[in-house]
Design a protein. Structure first.
Length: 234
């Protein structure tokens, strides 16, 4: 007799590697932490900065992983032009895509670009009272204030993109009946939902760990060697 559970396992293919899944959910937590510590008051600014550092490292890693990571994590696998996007829309529920679909790719690129902008501008921003980003010392007060404005603007853009992303996910889960949230947890999708030959054999976690350590070290070095910043009220 064939074990039903064993058959189900054999019908699943690994699509999302472990680094992609960890970074995805870590970004959710770190962005949430950044928002909470921002509104919690000045005494939480240190934790706000730490959350920002984590967002920067994670986003930079995900961008690098889009070039050197596993098959379905690479931008070349899912970033497509207008024709591919239109073809995907015309196919409707019949479309079978392993990773991000061509339309969702636009959201991924926009989110990564906005997260990177938000994290980088935070390094040079200030609250015009007493707290400043670790690299503000490289700039004049006027330039830091200008970048602070960009930091606030990108935060508003990020809110809009997150709302759009969550809405799209709920649409695919509830309307299209595609378990994409589960796939981002387990990394696996049913073979019947995928195009032929889709899937990866391993997660390349060793390379991912090296990249994370390298990015963390570079950020720590940049912060350590930056000049002192002083926030002026006038």
């Amino acid at each position: 007799m064939i074990d039903r559970n064993e058959t189900d396992r054999n019908d699943l293919r690994l699509i999302w590697d472990l680094p992609v899944r960890i970074v995805h959910w870590a970004l959710v937590l770190c962005v949430a932490g950044s928002v909470i510590t921002h509104y919690a008051g000045a005494e939480w600014f240190g934790w706000h900065r730490r959350c920002g550092y984590a967002v920067l490292v994670l986003t930079a890693f995900r961008i690098l992983w889009g070039f050197v990571g596993t098959r379905h994590a690479r931008f070349a696998d899912f970033v497509r032009g207008p024709r591919a996007i239109l073809a995907y829309l015309r196919a409707g529920p019949a479309a079978r895509v392993a990773g991000h679909n061509p339309l969702g790719a636009l959201s991924v690129i926009a989110l990564l670009a906005t997260l990177l902008t938000q994290a980088v501008t935070g390094l040079f921003a200030n609250d015009e009272v007493m707290n400043a980003g670790p690299l503000m010392g490289y700039l004049s007060q006027a330039w830091s204030n200008r970048i602070t404005g960009w930091h606030h603007l990108s935060a508003n853009v990020l809110w809009g993109l997150i709302a759009l992303h969550v809405s799209a996910v709920l649409y695919y889960v509830w309307v299209r009946r595609q378990p994409i949230i589960r796939a981002m947890i387990t990394g696996r999708r049913a073979r019947a939902e995928l195009p032929p030959s889709a899937g990866i054999a391993h997660s390349r976690t060793r390379l991912a760990a090296i990249l994370i350590l390298l990015l963390t070290g570079l950020l720590a070095l940049a912060i350590r060697t930056a000049p002192e910043a002083a926030v002026s009220l006038f």
